[in-house]
Design a protein around this ligand. Sequence first.
Ligand SMILES: Cc1cn([C@H]2C[C@H](O)[C@@H](COP(=O)(O)OP(=O)(O)O[C@H]3O[C@@H](C)C(=O)[C@@H](O)[C@H]3O)O2)c(=O)[nH]c1=O
Length: 181
Amino acid sequence: MKIIETGFDGLYELEPNVFGDKRGYFFESFKKSLFVELGITEDFVQDNESFSVKGTLRGLHYQQNPHAQAKLVRVVSGKVLDVAVDLRKDSPTFGKHHTVILDAEKHNMFLVPAGFGHGFVALEDSVFTYKCSNYYNKESEGGVLWSDPVLNIDWGIENPIVSEKDQVLPTFDAYKQNPVF
Ligand SMILES: Cc1cn([C@H]2C[C@H](O)[C@@H](COP(=O)(O)OP(=O)(O)O[C@H]3O[C@@H](C)C(=O)[C@@H](O)[C@H]3O)O2)c(=O)[nH]c1=O
C-alpha cells in the first residue's frame, strides 16, 4: 500500500498493491494491521455504498462530534472527483481543500479524517463505497455548500445533479461563525 501525503494533517491518498492475472485482479482493500503500520488507527464500524449517475454531486458533508466520522472512500466502478475541505478551525489549512480522482481502474482510495467536509462529483456512472469510523447519526449531520465561491473548488461541471438537502447547505462564512471542529 502506497501512502501519498496531501499537505493536510491526516488526509491521505492510498494506492493498494494490485495483483493482476488472466482472471482479473486481486487486492486487499482494507487490512487493519497494515493501516496501523501506516499510522491509520481509525476503528471503522460502518460500510456504505452509493451509486451515482454521471454528473451527480454529493456533499459537502460531515457529522458533528461525538458522531464525527473518518471515511475511507473509493469507487468500485466508474470515476469520481473527490473533495475534502478542512473544517478544523485551528488547522493551518482551515478552509482549504484537496481533490483527488478516484478511479475504479486504479483502485486508489482517500482517507478523509473527521473534521473535513467531504463530497464528490461522478465523472462517470459510479459505484462509491466507504468505511466510516462512527455510525450514521442523522441529528449530527452538517455540511457546507459545494458551490460556495469562497471555497473556490473546481468541480469541473456546470450543472450537477444535487439533492435538495445539498442545495441549501450553509456557506463557509456561515460555518465559520459557528465552527463545529
Ligand atoms: C449517509 C447515510 C444516509 N442514510 C440515508 C439517509 C437518506 O434517507 C438516504 C440518503 O442520504 P444522503 O442523501 O445523505 O446520502 P449522500 O448524499 O450520499 O450522503 C453521503 O455523502 C457523502 C459525500 C459522504 O461523505 C457521506 O458521509 C454521506 O454524507 O440514506 C443512511 O441510512 N445511513 C447513512 O449512513
